[in-house]
Design a protein around this ligand. Structure first.
Ligand code: MOS
Length: 730
């Protein structure tokens, strides 16, 4: 179905179920511990063995030898697989480094072997007996040092409009500042985990994965199998944040181990291995130059970003938002990529915009101060309703200014002191900060199948995933709305590669795109139902379990009396992306307290105002945004993978050393959604919202810290050691 096919009957807009704050339909399973995650599928695979990873302990070099003799004699060991005895392995489209390394070691904790045994403890013990000898090689591990050798990673790495250099040179007010963001880890709750079982040359993998179709293809490519010989099953996922977009070593090692042991095998990555074995958000160095007239209008804006990745990898696209967020006739952006031998960089929640706004939104705060303008006013003054790089291309919808105004009102922004370091609450210096939120809205082709049974229930099947986001619920709401059923009559089955291919969960496209696919399948089902009942499909109305047309009204279930009725379709978007710039907008407001003597930073209040199209379910959308805001607090104040620049690895590779916010760190959080619909995004008129929630948060906190203390920190995370020397004397 084409996204702009006019809806004939019962458009989704009647909002009987969609748009309502429905609790998560799978909530009881989660809260009672009965939703089975990948590593807990003893029900499906009762007699599986356990595989344990042997990770490389050098950052770069070669394996000289792997001695498995002691491990092979250890109790319970069934098989050991290294690159030598794994057979020929291909490489998936979405992996930069090999999931099973050797003899070349591309990064620290790259898998070199899997040891399979009857029990987990036996496998772990035997893995500790595997002896690997290495020849260590010199690697590049330091982004700042490698920056000079960074290259342009593709034609779209740069953009230029007008005469940036000239306009910047001539601007009466200007800023030239450099900001740094560190490597970060997804640190989701559920570790990467898989169970693999072979039947002949067909493999089924129960795994934790955001993108079933991508990963099915990559498993097939890696194992050299036809796609049809691979089945992935991933119904429940304990968080992903981009870390589970791709097949990781757990899935491949489980498949290889199971093939060698001739028994199903379960592999999970131990938490201390995850940080270096899997992907992370790459560190950036960002230089921002802004020139403006005395009237506060930006005349020149330039943003350059440097990041690193393994050879063959890609850049952190931190300039994304600068191409679209503010007006200004003269502009430039540029990304440069250095080859680093650290673990593989890739997407983490709102890749591009999240670290990009960490820099840009401090720069905007600094610029507002130079112009003696309120930072909310400065942003509003530089709004644009068209893509500033391609003015002929409008935004599908852009209510950015409304977010700023509404947020300022609700937060009590007028009480902020414009002179930093002047507000106190006892021992605490108090400050407020604001930042724009911006994240692109991608629409992705998505398919689904809906089956209507004789008992009047509808079952939706799609390979869409729910990574904790609420997919089950909004998909159930969509089908209920379309079929005129209560939500209790809809069963949703997700995360199986045997189901129609969906958009999957990534880049905040999942909510809008996957429900649009379900919408398309329901349109098909309604046609089939109407035909079955002898009613006119063009005018049939589906309501309260009945189908009515031409003065007749029949129970929906009757259509399936002689066998189930099925509708299957895929929503497609054609050239929509070319015609409109689709983005989501918001404003983040934060109040912090900084202890005047110790520099301890406490977030006191947070508010997000979001303009993200129709909100399909205010409960789950709010949860997404407060989760993202919480991650923004981590990015601002805590999260940093510390690089050992001599040996090439992330030192703090566990949850004791890699700090993320806990409940005690998080204050009152408020989320407001503007009442908008975006008819140009899909028939759902919704957009992504989960990633919007993190975009800008860290800068709002950094700006609040500046407002509280007068200390401007441009190097994340903002920790107290960076404040101490500058704190106002008591
Ligand atoms: Mo997202 S970082 O594309 O899961």
């Amino acid at each position: 179905m084409k996204f702009d096919t006019p809806a004939t009957i019962n458009p989704i807009d009647r909002l009987k179920v969609v748009g309502k704050p429905h609790p998560r339909v799978e909530g009881p399973l989660k809260t009672t511990g009965t939703a089975r995650y990948a590593y807990e599928r003893h029900d499906a695979v009762p007699d599986h063995a356990y595989g344990y990873i042997v990770p490389a302990t050098i950052g770069k070099g070669r394996v000289l030898s792997i001695d498995t003799s002691r491990a092979r004699r250890a109790p319970g060991v069934l098989a050991i697989v290294t690159a030598k005895d794994a057979g020929a392995l291909g490489k998936g489209k979405y992996n930069t480094a090999k999931l099973l390394g050797g003899p070349e070691v591309q990064h620290y904790h790259q898998a070199l072997a899997v040891v399979v045994a009857d029990t987990f403890e036996q496998a772990r013990w035997a893995a500790s007996l595997v002896k690997v000898e290495y020849a260590r090689e010199k690697g590049a591990f330091d982004l700042a040092a490698a920056k000079g050798s960074a290259t342009k990673p593709g034609d779209d790495a740069d953009s230029a409009v007008g005469d940036f250099a000239g306009a910047y040179a001539g601007a009466p007010v200007k800023l030239d500042a450099t900001y740094t963001t560190p490597d970060q880890s997804h640190a989701m709750m559920e570790p990467h985990a898989s169970i693999a079982a072979w039947e002949g040359d067909k493999v089924t993998i129960w795994t934790a994965n955001q993108m079933i179709a991508w990963s099915k293809g990559d498993v097939a490519a890696t194992l050299g199998l036809p796609k049809d010989n691979v089945r992935l099953i991933s119904p429940y996922i304990g968080g992903g944040f981009g870390g589970k977009l791709f097949v990781r070593a757990d899935a491949l090692l489980a498949a290889l181990g199971a093939r060698a042991a001739k028994r199903p095998v379960a592999v999970t990555l131990p938490r201390p291995v995850m940080f270096n074995n899997t992907t992370h958000r790459p560190a950036t160095i960002q230089r921002i130059r802004i020139g403006a007239g005395e009237d506060g209008k930006i005349t020149a804006i330039g943003h350059e970003s440097w990041s690193g990745d393994l050879k063959g990898g890609g850049p952190e696209t931190a300039v994304n938002q600068t191409r679209l967020l503010y007006a200004g006739a003269n502009r430039m952006t540029a990304m440069r990529l250095a080859v680093l031998d650290l673990p593989e960089g890739n997407a983490m929640r709102a890749p591009g915009e999240a670290p990009g706004l960490m820099a840009l939104e401090i720069a905007i705060d600094e610029m507002a101060e130079k112009l003696k303008l309120d930072p909310v006013q400065f942003r509003i003054l530089n709004d644009t309703q068209v893509d500033p790089e391609k003015p002929e291309r409008p935004f599908s919808q852009r209510n950015f200014v409304q977010c700023m105004r509404e947020g300022a009102d609700r937060f009590g922004w007028k009480n902020r002191s414009s002179t930093p370091g002047t507000k106190r609450d006892g021992a605490w210096l108090v400050g407020m900060g604001v930042a724009s939120a911006f994240r692109n809205n991608l629409v992705m082709k998505s398919g689904a199948r809906v089956r209507l049974a004789a008992d009047g229930t509808a079952t939706v099947e799609t390979d869409m995933t729910d990574i904790g986001t609420g997919s089950y619920t909004i998909i159930a709401q969509t089908a209920a709305e379309m079929l005129g059923l209560p939500i209790e009559k809809v069963v949703v089955k997700l995360g199986d590669s045997d189901f129609p291919v969906s958009a999957g969960s990534g880049g905040q496209w999942g909510g809008n795109s996957s429900t649009a696919g379900v919408y398309a399948a329901c349109v098909k089902l309604r046609e089939n139902v109407a035909k079955n009942l002898g009613l006119d499909p063009a005018t049939a109305v589906f309501e309260e379990g009945k189908v009515s047309a031409g003065g007749r009204s029949l129970p929906l279930a009757q259509a399936a009396a002689k066998g189930e009725v099925v509708g299957e379709d895929t929503m497609e978007y054609g050239d929509l992306e070319k015609r409109f710039q689709q983005s989501t907008f918001g404003a983040h407001f934060v109040e912090v307290g900084v202890h005047a003597a110790t520099g301890e930073i406490r977030v006191r209040r947070m508010l997000a105002v979001c303009a993200a199209g129709r909100i399909l379910n205010p409960t789950s959308a709010r949860s997404q945004v407060i989760g993202a805001m919480t991650m923004g607090v981590g990015a601002a104040l805590m999260e940093e993978l510390v690089v050992d620049k001599r040996l090439g690895f992330f030192v703090n590779h566990d949850l004791a050393g890699y700090e993320v916010p806990v409940h005690a760190d998080i204050p009152h959080q408020e989320v407001v959604f503007l009442d908008e619909t975006d008819p140009k995004s899909s028939p759902m008129k919704a957009k992504g919202v989960g990633e919007l929630g993190i975009c800008g948060v860290a800068a709002a906190i950094a700006n609040a810290v500046y407002n509280a203390t007068g200390v401007r920190v441009r190097d994340y995370p903002v920790t107290l050691d960076k404040l101490l020397r500058g704190l106002p004397t008591v």
